[in-house]
Every structure is written in C-alpha cells, then in structure tokens.
Write a protein that binds this ligand. Structure first.
Ligand code: GLA
Length: 593
C-alpha cells in the first residue's frame, strides 16, 4: 500500500507444489479518490543474487517459429518482447535464466512464461553488484491505462518454475502446468481429433466437387474431422478480399455448407471450419458498412498486411458483431471444430471508440475482448474444439491455449524443418498443443523430398493430422495413412500425457535429432529418431531417459529385450546406412516374465 497516494497493489500467488510451478499476478486498486494513469504494470519481478546466467528465448519468423536462442547475460538490460499486438512469431512470451553449465538434464533453470497473447516484455537486468532482476508482463511500450477511483487493473498471470535438473525438467513442469491446470477441463481434456485440412491440398482453388473428392477419399482411413480452410466465404478466390463477410461463397459452394457436412458424416467424419474473425478486408461488405471498425486513423494513410486490416476489438460494438456473426454460422451447421486464424499484426493502433486519453489502452482492451469472445463461444458451443493459428504459429502462447487447446504450430510443414520448430516449441508447450500435419512431398515451403513415414513420425509428436491432396495418394501411401492413424491411437496416451525427454537437439546436431516420451508409470517409452541431414555411415547410440533401470523393456518391433539400465546408459544402437530424412519410431514396453 502506498500511503502517500492511497494506492494498493495485491500480489496473488498460486502454488502448484507437485510440479514446481508458481503463478503470479498483480491487482492494482485505485483508492486515491482521483483517476490514476497506470503506465507500467508488470506481472512478476524476481531478484536473483547472481549474474552468471545464460538467457534462453524462442525467436523466429513466419515459417521459422520458436528457434532456440541462448546468450550469456551481460551488465545492463536484455529483453525479448512483442509490440505487434500479438505474442508474435518474432519472440515467444517465454524466457529462462540458466546457469552457464546447464544442459537438458542438469543445472539450474528458472523459466517464466506469460499467460497473455498481446504486447509483452520479458527482461533480465544485471546491475553493478551482479544481481539479476528478472521481470515479465504487459509491454509498457505505447501502453497506459486510466484507472478511475475505485477501479482495479489486473495483470496477466506469469507462470514460473525452477529446477536444478536442467531444461528438460523445466519443460516438463510447464507441460504439466498447461496440461493439467490451464483452461477449463472440458477444453483441455478434449481428445485431439485427427484432421484432414484442405489448405495445402487446394489453397483457394476448390469447389463442391473437389471437396467431395477429398472427403470421399477419407473413407476407411480413420480420419476424424475434415477441416475446410480459407476461401469458403464472401467472394474469396484469393487473399485480397472478403474477410469479415462470413457468409458462404455461393459461386464456389452453391448449396452451402450442408452438403459438405453431410458428405463428411457419410464418410464417418465430422466437419471443421476456418475463420479469421479478427480481420477485415478493405474489399468487403463489412468494411464498406463500418470502416470505423478497422484499426486505423481516419484521414491518415495506413498499412495493410496481406491486403487486410485488423478489426478494432477494443470497440464493444465489434465484439458484439463478432459474437453474432460467428454464432450464426456455428448455430446453423453441425460444426465440431473451428480453426481460428489471425494473419497480420496490429499497426496504426488507433481506436475510433476510445477518447484521446485512452488511446494507449487499445492493445490491452483488444486482448480482453478477444478473450471475452473466445470465452463466449466456448461456453455457447461447448462441443466445438477450437484450434488457434496466426500465420502458422504467430500467436502460440499460454493464453490462447486456455481457449484453444491446440495451435497450428507453423505454416512450414516440412518434416525436417518441423523438427527444429517443434523442438523449440516443446521448451514450453506440451505435445497435445502442437498441431502437426503430414503434408505433400516435395514440400510446398522447402521443396524437400521426405518419406511419408518421416512426415508421419514427426507429425505424431503433436496433435496429428493431414494436409495434402488425398486424391493423389498411391495405394501404398493410403496403407501408410491407415498405419499412422492406428499408431497415433496406440501412442496417443503416451505422447499426449507422458513425459517428454529431448535427447538429441536439432539445434546442436546437424545429422540427426531424437526425442522420447515415457508413460507416467515408466512401463512404456516411445523413441523418435530423425536423420535431418545424412552423413553416410555414422555411429549412433541413442540413450533413453526416464526409464526404471531395474525394469526390462522389449522393443515391440524387433522383440529385443533390454534392461532399463542398458537403454539409459548404453543406448539403442541406431548405427546404420541411413538416407536423408529417414526416421524411426521405437516403442518399448515393460516385460515382467
Ligand atoms: C494462414 C494459416 C494457414 C492457412 C492460411 C489461409 O497462413 O496459417 O494454415 O489457414 O492462413 O489463408
């Protein structure tokens, strides 16, 4: 309590003792008798009595999200942040301070993540006495909040963990926190369906017949949900128009969505639909009716991104419009899945609904109303599963996970590139949140050829699906789809609920990478090994982790039996003539007799 002003700050702590997690937020209460201007309101600040840390962050770009970055701290302030109105591809709202000698499996690691999808900052300041101040919260850049007398401002929660057992344990703590404590149980426990998404199969170029072809091809494959991506609404033949006009494009789909939904159901699937609700195209009926609903300052030039503007969710009218527009589609069709996209970030941050002294509130008000919208839809349509997305993984953060338990990880679907992207993402986020699809080869982003098996093995480290033209598959590939679907079901529990162990990092090893999941009772392990860039005839023993040294485990494929001790200390011998992009999944099961 600041007696001079009569200001109170209440710090709230939630302790999750078993998983070594502390969540903290701050509530600022204005009891001063007059309005207050809050210009900086972070969620957590920790002083550590040492300076010999490395800082680890996840930086990136579109189609190259969450790459690992590790640099020694120096005197002064170093930070990661977003000022883009979304948590961003560029930096994830996560950072860790680790000892210089910390590895995946030993050493101090202090990890922090912010449950927020907007402008954030995470900083470490080393002072001249060699103490380190670690802070995170809403980015003070271009932010202020007018707090009337009697009002409160609550910061987002910071989620923090400490371990002396290295980065892998830090990640496991985050995974446990987000799997078991973030979001409504109904949302987080929803079994992730195997989807077939038509984006990379057709892009904008589809009609009813083409979609029927893909849907019919799914018969008997075991895929759960067909997701119709961008292009089904307005006059959307390309990305220059129609965002905001959420009515079916009758030129492409003359009979609406219903025949497509019925066709899915006839083939044993449910139906999912893509939206980009937060956006408006200049060429749209919505923009023509309400130009003031787009974030920009009338009369000044403004930037478009992918020919579109961001809707001003700080404006309550926009929130109400979106509730209605989305509900109209969801209430009138049997839709079980929504892919929620957001393909550009905010510039020209000006809200026509806010007075001059509240303009710097626009970014945070946008977030609060976005969460209100997602909350409303989740409650009104409890059977719909939401998948987050933002030009791939441009808004992959714990707050979006609260509403959408899985997020499209990257528009880069190349299996080898995905090894890095998913490896980085796994620093903080569990496999159940990482949407990953088998796509075509040559890959559309990199042109790389990869075996169908490897594409499946890598996608299986996430919420699994397909994103390619199924009508072009050979019989052999269709058999592989059936096999992968069966594997995904067989491994679902261990991957989605087991403990992850990162074994060989694609950021440190330029030949191969490997990771493993171990079931809670340590009776099963699943090892994935990928040759990212072949060097002919190399010797590799992959040592497993997290097993019981006393137990005996059988490789389900080869029948060979090993002791846990051997698997962890000698490893599995994977030395052989691998080709580029080949991979392997080994399943080990405890044997008792
Ligand atoms: C973004 C998404 C893609 C796809 C396109 C559609 O790039 O990340 O998966 O939905 O938009 O325009």
């Amino acid at each position: 309590r600041d007696d001079y002003y009569g200001l109170e700050v209440v710090l709230s702590y939630s302790l999750f003792e078993k998983i070594d997690i502390i969540a903290r937020s701050a509530r600022i209460c204005n009891k001063t008798g007059a309005p207050l201007k809050v210009t900086r309101a972070l969620s957590a600040s920790i002083d550590l009595p040492r300076a010999d840390f490395d800082m680890i962050g996840l930086y990136g770009a579109h189609i190259r999200e969450r790459q690992l970055d590790r640099t020694p701290l120096r005197h002064g302030i170093q930070s990661v942040e977003s000022r883009r109105g979304a948590s961003s591809h560029q930096h994830n709202p996560f950072a860790a301070l680790v000892s210089r000698e910390t590895t995946e499996f030993s050493g101090d690691a202090y990890g922090a993540a912010l449950i927020y999808s907007g402008n954030f900052v995470i900083s470490a300041e080393v002072d001249s006495f060699d103490t380190t101040r670690f802070q995170l919260g809403i980015n003070p850049f271009d932010f202020s909040w007018k707090l009337e007398d009697g009002e409160e401002f609550v910061t987002p929660e910071a989620v923090m963990t400490y371990t002396d057992q290295g980065l892998n344990r830090m990640s496991q703590n985050f995974h446990n926190a987000f799997r078991h404590h973030l979001g409504h149980t109904r949302i987080r426990n929803k079994v992730r369906p195997i989807v077939i998404n038509n984006w990379e199969a057709t892009y904008f170029d589809f009609d009813e017949e083409k979609l029927f072809g893909i849907i019919d091809c799914c018969k008997g494959l075991g895929i759960d949900t067909f997701v119709l991506d961008d292009g089904w609404f307005g006059k959307r033949y390309n990305d220059v128009c129609s965002l905001g006009d959420w009515v079916v494009n009758k030129d492409k789909l003359p009979h609406g969505l219903d025949p497509i939904i019925e066709r899915c159901e006839q083939n044993g699937m449910s139906f999912g639909l893509w939206f980009e609700p937060e956006m408006v195209s200049e060429d749209s009926d919505l923009y023509r009716a309400h130009p003031e609903w787009a974030i920009h300052k009338e009369g000044r030039p403004f930037c478009t991104g992918r020919c579109q503007l961001v809707l001003d969710l700080a404006n309550p009218e926009v929130l109400e419009y979106l509730k209605k527009a989305l509900s109209d589609v969801l209430a009138n069709h049997r839709i079980s899945y929504v892919k929620w996209d957001m393909n550009r970030h905010i510039t020209d941050a000006y809200s026509s609904a806010l007075p001059a002294d509240r303009q710097p509130e626009i970014y945070h008000r946008y977030m609060l109303n976005l969460y209100a919208l997602l909350d409303y839809l989740n409650k009104r349509f409890p059977d719909v599963a939401f998948e987050g997305c933002s030009g791939g993984g441009g808004r992959f953060d714990p707050a979006m996970l609260y509403y959408s338990p899985q997020i499209w990880t990257s528009d880069d679907t190349d299996a080898i590139e995905r090894c890095r992207i998913q490896y980085g993402t796994s620093m903080v986020y569990p496999a159940s949140s990482i949407s990953a699809h088998v796509s075509a080869s040559p890959n559309h982003q990199t042109g790389r050829l990869t075996p169908f098996e490897t594409r499946g093995n890598v996608a299986m480290a996430g919420a699994f699906g397909y994103e390619l033209d199924l009508t072009k598959l050979t019989d052999e590939e269709r058999a592989l789809v059936r096999k992968q679907v069966a594997q995904y079901h067989a491994y679902y529990d261990i991957i989605q609920n087991g403990d992850l162990y990162r074994l060989v990092s694609p950021f440190e090893n330029d030949v191969c990478c490997a990771w493993e999941y171990v079931s809670a009772d340590r009776s099963e392990a699943l090892l994935t090994f990928v040759v990212t860039k072949c060097r002919v005839g190399f010797t590799t023993f992959i040592r497993l982790r997290g097993l019981d040294p006393e137990k005996r485990y059988q490789d389900v494929e080869t029948g060979r039996i090993y002791s846990g001790d051997t698997l962890m200390n000698v490893g599995v011998n994977l030395s052989r003539y691998w080709k580029d992009s080949e991979s392997l999944i080994c399943h080990f099961r405890e044997v008792t007799e």
